[in-house]
Design a protein around this ligand. Sequence first.
Ligand code: F6P
Length: 324
Amino acid sequence: MKKIAVFTSGGDAPGMNACIRAVVRTAIFRGIEVYGITYGYDGMINGNIKRMQSHSVSNIIQRGGTILKSARSESFRTKEGRQKAYEQLKAFGIEGIVAIGGDGTFTGAKLFFEEFGIPTIGCPGTIDNDIYGTDYTIGFDTAVNTALEAIDKIRDTAAAHDRIFFVEVMGRDSGYIAVECGIGGGAEFVMVPETETDLKKVVKSLKNLRKSKSSSIIVVAEGDEEGNAELIMEKVKDKVNDEDKEFKVTTLGHIQRGGNPTARDRVLASRCGMAAVEGLINGESNCMAGVVNGDVTYTSFEDCIGKTKPIKGDHLKLIEILSI
Ligand code: F6P
């Protein structure tokens, strides 16, 4: 293998830059030419492909976002789009690809590999942590800590005014961020798409809580089946029916996607990036490099996309027990 390309795709995540850096420098260390594709699959189709050197990735390990930019490509969903992408890669002599992103990125990578056969390895880059084949995804730890810092601050003002706060965190299909910042932030309730949200129970508990606690924090994953935080707050507020109680909503939104990656994310990103390049050299393909039980592993794209990584039952139990 003489030439490889790396790109980032889908929602950005803190630590993607550390991953790009590891890919570039591992490739150079192994005598491989490395190219950066900007704007994900769209950039591949449009030929936004540039040679990268060791200095191209200097001073980025600490930065959030992605120096290669990111996009969600509609064109790559079409056969014509993928054909164009293949021709661009062929013109550059690219023999291997490292795709940094989430399940959408891997779905595209799997299809592309099956159609055109260019060896591809993925690195799990998403704040959502919803990818099978790795205990944690790049960006998750940073996002949880960002949300936690916000919850700590909200708790101060919630307590000062005896208010009930609904804090919405990201997670369109997944409740990992909600669960971890809920445990860390001492939330009274956490609502996630993976489990049924019992609003009757919430209303009952909030009525009881009033006797022992003056304020409460309820963390809502944006994809909860009962709706977003605003909707859920309205449903609950009506039923609690307490004139003296004030209900507030804070939506943390995209601040969870930015910021300097934590040490844990930088190390995970560096490990996955190096493993992706070494995997390509060793003939691995159509799979993702992740970390399971502390060790680097390769999991087929098929499993990464098709299997779910359930939230641990004891995490949900913790919230219930510790919030009394
Ligand atoms: O990266 C995944 C995610 O953070 C989801 O939790 C969220 O719904 C989505 O991205 C929003 O991304 P965008 O605003 O870029 O479409």
